[in-house]
Ligand binder design. Structure first.
Ligand code: NIG
Ligand code: ZN
Length: 402
């Protein structure tokens, strides 16, 4: 049993149910868990002391939406978009080709490199997806590689996204049957979640429902990419099927907002009890990179819906894992307060992964996932956008950065 005292914290943003922000604070970690929080002057002694010298500390980021298994480069597509081309789902097949050509070792090394980048930016709990394989053999291979990384404790959650795009030249209904049938059976033991891209140019509501229903029967939790490029059925489908999250949510009509709000009726946000509903995950870096309107985070929060902020790190629409950037954008351009943005990128992400009992806030009994900023207060994340503000990070009590 080993204990670590982290002390001389100028500002400790707990994201606990009372949203407490403590000053001149300290935290004690025992092995992988938080065992004490309070005033630095009252802290118990520990085996090791880490003096953060007046820096701000907050929970490690929970990045609930990434696509890290890919090879190849799509910077030319991005450049064309900046010159006025529209984003289209078809770009996924460019990455599919490049990814199929990479060996297991190459893909694992690429994922590890991207996870390391995320950790350097303060991410301590991370989900990632398959979805650039798009054949039974390739999706199974990507799921297996990710399961190996999860077993090694390098990532936290794995999602099956076989229904990302109908591969060029294939029949949509035949591919849907595959994704809901044999492909799902091959991946199901290596993943915890299933996702579909329910959008014009990807999968219809009926096709998405077929894959998600089969995934639920196989014991997987559900998530949906929806309403990214226009209004559509994704959000309502996610609410109908009790998905843990619907991600993108750029184009929402009143019925979409009502459907999501309805899922949160049996949730008490102050006590954090009863059943969580469908989290609306906003992806601001993606919205900027695809020149879509920023997701309406303010409207969603005001409607009583829990939101998450995530990076959506992928080669097509959001080639960044910087959660610090997402926070800055949410505060500067989405009308969120700093506290709301931090909560969305920590506790909100944890809710989206149904990991809220384990991570997402600094509370006694939770996993010791801490993000130390090179700043005296967390508002510097928006006040000094683009600056390298991650000083150090602890994941399950281990120093993983800094
Ligand atoms: N929307 C669907 N999938 C990814 C983009 C995939 C790509 O273009 O490579 C996303 O979340 O934005
Ligand atoms: Zn995505």
């Amino acid at each position: 049993m080993s204990t670590t005292l982290i002390t001389n914290i100028s500002e400790l943003t707990t994201v606990d149910p009372e949203n407490r922000v403590l000053h001149n604070a300290a935290v004690v970690i025992e092995n992988s868990k938080i065992v004490w929080i309070g005033a630095a002057t009252e802290a118990p002694s520990a085996d090791e002391t880490v003096d953060v010298e007046g820096r701000a500390v907050l929970p490690g980021w929970v990045d609930s939406h990434t696509h890290l298994v890919f090879a190849g480069d799509r910077s030319a597509e991005f450049e064309a978009r900046m010159a006025g081309e529209a984003y289209a789902a078809g770009g996924i097949s460019v990455t599919m080709e490049a990814t199929r050509g990479a060996s297991d070792d190459q893909l694992k090394a690429l994922v590890r490199q991207r996870v390391a980048e995320a950790v350097r930016g303060g991410t301590t709990y991370l989900e990632t997806k398959t979805g650039y394989g798009l054949s039974q053999v390739e999706e199974a291979r990507h799921a297996r590689l990710l399961a190996e990384l999860r077993e090694a404790g390098e990532i936290d959650a794995v999602t099956y996204l076989g229904a990302h795009l109908v591969p060029p030249g294939e029949d949509a209904q035949t591919y849907t049957e595959l994704a809901a049938g044999p492909m799902l059976q091959d991946v199901k033991d290596n993943v915890q979640w299933a996702d579909v891209f329910c959008e014009e140019g990807a999968f219809t509501a009926d096709q998405s429902r077929q894959v998600l229903t089969a995934a639920a029967e196989a014991g997987l939790g559900l998530r949906v990419h929806g309403n990214q490029l226009g209004t559509g059925p994704g959000v309502k489908l996610a609410a109908e099927l009790g998905a843990a999250s619907v991600d993108h949510v750029n184009y929402l009509d009143d019925e979409d907002v009502d459907a999501l709000a309805e899922t949160w009726k049996s949730w008490d946000p102050s006590e954090r009890t009863w059943t969580p509903g469908t989290v609306a995950t906003c992806l601001p870096a993606c919205d900027l990179s695809t020149r879509q309107p920023l997701a309406p985070g303010r409207r969603l929060i005001d409607a009583g819906i829990e939101i998450a902020l995530a990076s959506n790190c992928n080669p097509g629409t959001s080639y960044t894992s910087s959660m610090n950037f997402c926070i800055g954008t949410a505060v500067l351009q989405m009308g969120l307060s700093l506290a709301e943005a931090i909560r969305a990128a920590t506790y909100g992400g944890a809710l989206a992964l149904r990991a809220q009992e384990e991570v997402g806030s600094i509370e006694v009994g939770k996993r010791a996932d801490l993000h130390v900023l090179d700043a005296p207060a967390a508002i510097h994340l928006a006040y000094r956008p683009g600056m390298p503000l991650t000083h150090s990070a602890f994941r399950a009590g281990e120093r993983v950065q800094g």
